[in-house]
Design a protein around this ligand. Sequence first.
Ligand code: NCD
Length: 309
Amino acid sequence: MTVSTHTPTSMHHVLSADQFSSTDLAHIMQRAAEMETILQQGGSTMCQGNILGTLFYEPSTRTRLSFETAMLRLGGSVITESDVTFSSQSKGEVIEDTIRIVGGYTDIIALRTKNKGEAKLAAHYSPVPILNGGDGSGEHPTQSLLDLYTIVKHHKIGERNLNVAFVGDLKYGRTVHSLAKILRKFEGVTLQFVAPETIQMPDDYREDSDQVFTELNPEVLTTADVIYDTRMQKERFEDIELFNRVKNAFIFTPEMVASMKPDAILMHPLPRVNEIMQRVDALPQAKYFEQAINGVPVRMALIAESLGL
Ligand code: NCD
């Protein structure tokens, strides 16, 4: 990937993977790398005087805490609303009102909502930048940028052919929706979708050139450069019987992962439930913990860019 000094003009809110040009992506990757250096030096005061509000209406560990860590490492402050039962939403307040108010208290908001499209709705009413930390089964663009950052560290994306296989719940998994859109912006990337028919990648995110499988066959395993595994999103299934039928569809064993190419990487946005055995963690292909840690420099970059710093 070529590095650019161009400053994206498209960034204020971060709502969807659609908003980024390949030049923007190169710039964000470069900025995240700079943030990693800043982290190694003990942080910065770049965001001093700025407040990040984290409003999370669905469970989260990594996304909320890495946003908060990112702001604190940049010298800013954080206020948080992470339990909806203690918020005015439980009294019936609509998101438009909450966002207007919290936007009046803060300089930037990281938001996770239950429903697809709510991040865009919130941005419409917000006086400050909204960073979409997941909108229902819609998108999760900031996760995809840290996913891209992880891929870029291990592979020369855009400069050579890259096979990326998405495995698991591709219907409800918002991380795969955003990451597929982002990877399409690079030359030479082939996308493979491995999922039971009932939870395959929705048409909105598919293209004719994609390869679709219902089984994780050895050919996919041994030819992938990146395997991006996901959790079955139990909370989004309307039919629990359907969930029970697919919940154990794919379980990565150490033997399976050892059959991947030596330089291939196994990713997962986490949390994993049972889809990757813990014995896989010690294998060189297992990169999901590194991926989660990359959330901090990437979210530092996004906060700085959105604040125009
Ligand atoms: C993902 C999410 O919330 O969409 N987690 C995360 O942000 N790292 C994936 C998931 O919950 O399965």
